[in-house]
Design a binder for this molecule. Structure first.
Ligand SMILES: Cc1cc2nc3c(=O)[nH]c(=O)nc-3n(C[C@H](O)[C@H](O)[C@H](O)COP(=O)(O)O)c2cc1C
Length: 197
């Protein structure tokens, strides 16, 4: 059972990142519940090193896809994502969504012919995971239709991942006295999700 951890906890708080607290709670409980789990992490450093696609890179990737060269390094992250049994993505709420490095990661995993494909009736997902959990924390309270949450929900539909859950730890920068309790409550929710099949 492969658990893919997409750790986009890029934070000035380092190890005290609030988002990472949610991630740690989720992974701890997931691994307790699934002792056979093999966690694999995409680190913040890996994400930050990704170069957004430019036209030449897209042409190269299309040429590889056209001959089915899915083993090429440009598809490494997409193959890893495709083969995971469960996925957890953690990212702080930045500028109403999430850090740009995570958006770039989405460009790499969105590989037509590998993680999804088109048929006459539209897009079909080709990923193995049965569920994806998105964990985020924000300074403001959670608003309806939060872009990061909507985005990952729609990506799940595109990749064929049936179940989507999320935790939004909101309001963390409003009253410092209340922050620890809000983070703890959100971590409890993340832990609960980690214990569900
Ligand atoms: C670059 C940046 C952009 C942010 N943008 C938002 C925002 O649009 N809305 C919001 O509510 N909080 C925003 N915040 C606050 C963070 O979401 C909040 O402090 C979060 O808990 C940080 O998580 P961390 O402790 O894991 O770094 C932003 C913080 C940073 C550093």
């Amino acid at each position: 059972m492969k658990l893919l951890i997409v750790d986009s906890c890029i934070s000035q708080r380092g190890a005290d990142s609030r988002t990472r607290k949610l991630l740690n709670a989720y992974v701890e409980e997931f691994c307790r519940r699934h002792p056979e789990a093999e966690p694999e992490t995409v680190t913040p450093e890996t994400l930050l090193a990704l170069k957004p696609f430019d036209p030449a890179m897209l042409n190269d990737r299309d040429a590889l896809a056209a001959v089915g060269a899915w083993e090429a390094p440009v598809f490494d992250l997409a193959r890893q994502f495709r083969g995971a049994d469960a996925v957890v993505v953690a990212a702080p709420f930045w500028d109403l969504s999430f850090p740009a490095a995570l958006r770039t990661y989405i460009e790499y995993i969105s590989a037509n012919g590998l993680t999804y494909h088109y048929e006459s009736d539209g897009c079909h997902g080709d990923c193995r995971a049965h569920r994806l959990v998105y964990l985020t924390s924000g300074g403001d309270v959670e608003r309806e239709d939060s872009v990061g949450v909507l985005y990952w929900r729609q990506l799940c539909a595109m990749f064929g991942i049936a179940r989507f859950d999320y935790v939004f730890a909101g309001g963390l920068d409003l009253d410092p006295a209340k922050t620890p309790a809000l983070v703890d409550a959100a971590a409890d929710l993340a832990r609960k999700l980690g214990g569900e099949d």
